[in-house]
Design a protein around this ligand. Structure first.
Ligand code: BF8
Length: 618
């Protein structure tokens, strides 16, 4: 296909062209080789959960060997899909509890408690005695509470303290109250074993419960402890696109999700001794840039530039100017190892649970993190001398972006309370808010939907919050700078203009969607309503991952109307599909809407927000 059909961006198009000229396959060629996809799998109608099968549910064979029909098979598959996503985010959250534990036990001095007031605040929220206690004693109790949130002993996870009572009552009535993260995920695996939960709606309710344990549990813990350990983000300026890769520097790209690794790489890259070693080889310095969500983490807290989102990860290496790609876990295409091998690029994995055949492995733990990071950065420096200048092509200049919008930063910008935001909503200057989150998917022209939806919404005076891979999309489109108010409607222009902020706010990584949940809960509590009463929505236009499905489902189950640009693999079951796009509305006050046209999706949000504003008497 012509490159113009594959991506919205010049930098991507130039690098796809270069890859083709150099005979390097990327995601686009592989998608072509895999197309057409199996129709039965696309509809969620294939079952591989036992060896009486595998089974395909068709008109001719409407039941699997065990007797499961289309509804049961689709629900089981979707349930496991959501469990996979919830496991990813939440295991990431657990890793941060372990780092906090290593800090308080003295196992590590590489990490420290950076935001002690926040640690004390969240400890108090979850019932830990804080007053007049040493920070380590508070942290020790806090980490026990959080480890407990993963287990089986609790009737509900701790951060349900943030959830409006009306929402908790709905969950209780439906049997949807999330207990422990690991428990809900394990129970989903149990339920979907042959011969267990053979009632599709019942399986779907547990899928929602599993996702809630991620959103209000694992992810929320991940976000909050990342802030405690690495600092709570506040607004700052940075840059995005492939132009952040520098021809005259040693370029290290960090990719994956957990700041535990990328923060150490950054610290090592700032070591004057190692910088001197890079200079001795002729480089002017060491440049760390981000990809995907660990890029978001460094961008939010350290202002480190963003080289690209999901579909830019292969293309970044094709610039020929990347000395090392350092990864932790999630959303890392194994193809990066092969593409790195086409250049002088060192591909380095760092987590025992995410090894890549052909990668250089460093086993990073809290106790050895900085020392290992220094070795990794030195490897990158060494690789610089092997760079082939004739193959270097950095296709553009970077664009400016504003980042760092944690809830704490937003509240502080508003003067200490959410009241000014509520007043702006009441006045209709900000008619509502939509979180646009998630991924790229090579089936969709890269970022075309992410960007169009954001532009359409701000025109309608709807504030947009972005996380994950939508961040880079919005940034490259010029939406993450205060000047972007010129693209917004008059109300949003007035409010954001007065505050000096963009109409599209960067709210962090995918795990940080928990920040959006928390904001919605705080707004609902302030107005004494449920989250489903608010004029808000969520969207993942170009999603691909299990994690995105978990996010979408916890948003809906939390009462947030959620748009997807394409459906999950559930269309083989009318029961499951109807539940997702309408039935859930009656149960949890929100549902999914599937709409591939971003302009139409913006209109649907407009209608929804109008109705919700009317419901609130606005
Ligand atoms: O967790 S947005 S492609 S990088 S899944 Fe992955 Fe999707 Fe990007 Fe971050 Ni989220």
């Amino acid at each position: 296909r012509p490159v113009e059909e594959l991506s919205l961006w010049d930098d991507a198009q130039a690098m796809i062209t270069k890859a083709r000229a150099e005979g390097i396959d990327t995601v686009y060629e592989r998608l072509q080789h895999q197309t057409p996809h199996c129709r039965i799998c696309e509809q969620g109608l294939s079952c591989r959960n036992c060896t009486m099968g595998p089974c395909k549910i068709t008109a001719k064979a409407p039941r699997g060997v065990c007797g499961a029909d289309a509804d049961v098979v689709v629900a089981r598959n979707f349930g496991r899909f959501v469990a996979g996503g919830s496991a990813g985010h939440s295991d990431h959250g657990r890793d941060l509890i372990e780092v906090l534990e290593a800090i308080v036990t003295g196992e590590t001095t590489d990490y420290k408690i950076t935001d002690e007031p926040k640690l004390r605040r969240i400890a108090e929220e979850v019932g830990v005695t804080v007053a007049e206690r040493d920070v380590k004693a508070v942290a020790t109790d806090l980490l026990e509470v959080f480890f407990g949130d993963f287990g089986s002993r609790k009737k509900q996870i701790s951060f349900l303290s943030r959830v409006p009572q009306k929402r908790k009552d709905i969950w209780k009535k439906l049997g949807m109250t999330p207990r422990g993260v690991d428990r809900e995920i394990a129970e989903m695996m149990h339920r979907t074993h042959m011969g267990c939960d053979n009632d599709a709606p019942n399986t779907m309710i547990h899928a929602a419960r599993t996702s809630l344990s991620d959103g209000w549990g694992g992810s929320m813990i991940g976000t909050e402890l990342s802030d405690v350990i690495f600092g709570t983000p506040s607004p700052s300026m940075s840059e995005a696109n492939l132009g952040v890769i520098k021809e005259d520097k040693v370029n290290i790209l960090v990719h994956g999700h957990n700041p535990v690794v990328s923060e150490m790489i950054l610290a090592a890259a700032r070591d004057p001794q190692i910088i001197a070693e890079a200079k001795a080889l002729g480089a002017t310095g060491i440049n760390v840039a981000g990809l995907c969500c660990t890029g978001n983490e460094l961008l939010m807290r350290q202002g480190i530039p963003m080289a690209g989102n999901h579909l830019m990860t292969e293309l970044a290496i094709i610039t020929g100017a990347v000395e090392a790609v350092v990864v932790d876990y999630q959303c890392i295409m194994p193809s990066l190892v092969q593409i790195s091998g086409c250049y002088h690029t060192r591909f380095i994995d760092t987590a025992q649970k995410a090894r890549f055949t052909g990668a250089i492995h460093f086993d990073i733990h809290p106790s050895n993190a900085l020392e290992q990071a220094r070795e990794i950065v030195r490897l990158a420096v060494k690789a610089y001398s092997e760079r082939d200048a004739s193959r270097v092509d950095i296709p553009c200049e970077p664009v400016k972006i504003m980042t760092g919008f944690s809830n704490e930063a937003v509240i502080s910008a508003l003067g200490g309370t959410l009241d000014p935001l509520i007043q702006a909503i009441v006045a209709g200057d900000v008619r509502g808010a939509v979180g646009i989150v998630g991924c790229n998917n090579p089936k969709i022209k890269q970022d075309s939907m992410n960007v169009t939806l954001a532009k359409e919404l701000i025109k309608k005076d709807i504030l947009v919050l972005v996380t994950g891979c939508v961040t880079t999309a919005a940034g490259k489109a010029g939406l993450l700078v205060p000047e972007a108010i010129e693209m917004a409607g008059p109300g949003l222009k007035k409010v954001c203009g007065a505050l000096g902020i963009p109409p599209v706010l960067h709210y962090g990584s995918c795990v940080d969607n928990a920040r959006i949940l928390q904001l919605c809960a705080a707004l609902a509590n302030a107005l004494n309503v449920d989250i489903s009463d608010l004029p808000v929505g969520a969207s993942s236009p170009e999603w691909y991952s299990e994690k995105a499905a978990a996010i979408g489902l916890y948003a809906v189950a939390s009462g947030i109307y959620t748009h997807l640009g394409h459906p999950p693999n559930i269309l083989g079951s009318e029961t499951v599909t109807n539940l997702a796009v309408s039935g859930l509305e009656d149960l949890v006050g929100a549902s999914f809407v599937i709409e591939p046209d971003p302009v139409k999706a913006a209109e649907l949000f407009d209608i929804r927000i109008k109705a919700k504003r009317k419901g609130l008497g606005l």
